[in-house]
Design a binder for this molecule. Structure first.
Ligand code: FMN
Length: 266
């Protein structure tokens, strides 16, 4: 049958259809095999990338540092799952395999955020979060939390690292967003991110207060400890970042978990 089709003249429509269909089949086979074969490599790279971002936020590696043994350094970090509803650690989910984006889409693993609470424009919030702890003896020296919020054009994903007082920012690292190059993408700028170190999230009443303001922080102001310079021409992205702090350090985010950690009840 194949032989007979191949023996037909090249301009015979049956041969043209046969060749076209065969070509499509071979190509789709190649593409799907590549996808299947590359999936584990992609997953390993995604994991290494995430770990690298956590290590950056935890201060275990420097910006632009090369030849980093990511997986080896990461052994110093303890990854745990927190139940955001109770604010307590849980073993109900495996931290190695937990996928927060899939959890956010899964109605059994996430909840719709009521409009008046959804300051960060997230729509839904997963019930669990993977957090990263660096210890000095038994005490927490750095706590790295995953946070996100809608900016002007996109959801901005970041890791924010707190010092052991669970209030002072050690570092922030935005690793995914689609804000405009040259404007909103200044959230990635190392000089701007460096402004966050030493700022405090919570005020004396325990409310999340840290904000990206418009313009420059007046260092003489009593609020300066809770303020970060705005990004010129990108106030709306900055507002998204401020909303991110309000949401994730409030009761619907990590607020209860941090309270529990402070009192030893997590
Ligand atoms: C094409 C285009 C892209 C923009 N991208 C951003 C952005 O990524 N983030 C942002 O905050 N503002 C962006 N803006 C500007 C906003 O519309 C708005 O003017 C700005 O956030 C106000 O900040 P300012 O008061 O500091 O100028 C963009 C404007 C244009 C025309």
């Amino acid at each position: 049958m194949i032989r007979r089709l191949l023996d037909l003249p090249n301009d015979d429509s049956r041969k043209i259809v046969f060749i076209a269909v065969s070509l499509c089949l071979v190509c789709s086979l190649m593409v799907s095999s590549a996808a299947v074969l590359l999936a584990p490599i992609q997953a390993a790279q995604q994991q290494e990338n995430r770990r690298m971002n956590v290590l950056l936020a935890a201060g275990l590696i420097e910006e632009g540092e090369e030849d980093v043994q990511v997986n080896q350094l990461f052994q110093q970090i303890e990854a745990r799952i927190v139940n955001l509803d109770t604010g307590q650690f849980t073993d109900a989910v495996n931290p190695a395999t937990f996928d927060p984006r899939a959890a956010k889409r899964d109605p059994n693993m996430s909840d719709e955020i009521p409009d008046d609470d959804d300051v960060a424009g997230l729509g839904r919030r997963e019930r669990y979060a993977r957090v990263y702890i660096l210890r000095d003896g038994d005490a927490i020296s750095r706590l790295v939390l995953p946070v996100r919020a809608y900016g002007l054009w996109s959801t901005m994903f970041a890791f924010i690292a707190l010092e052991g007082d669970l209030n002072t920012v050690a570092a922030i690292n935005f690793y995914e967003h689609a804000e405009t190059p040259g404007l909103g993408d200044e959230i990635e700028d190392p000089d701007w991110r460096a402004l966050w170190a030493g700022r405090q999230i919570f005020d004396a009443q325990g409310q999340p207060r840290l904000r990206v303001i418009r313009g420059r922080v007046d260092s003489a102001s009593p609020n300066a400890i809770h303020e970060v310079d705005g990004m010129a021409g990108a106030t709306l992205t900055g507002n998204g970042v401020s909303n991110m702090i309000v949401f994730w350090f409030g009761e619907s985010g990590f607020g209860q978990f941090l309270d529990n950690l402070r009192t030893g009840g997590a």
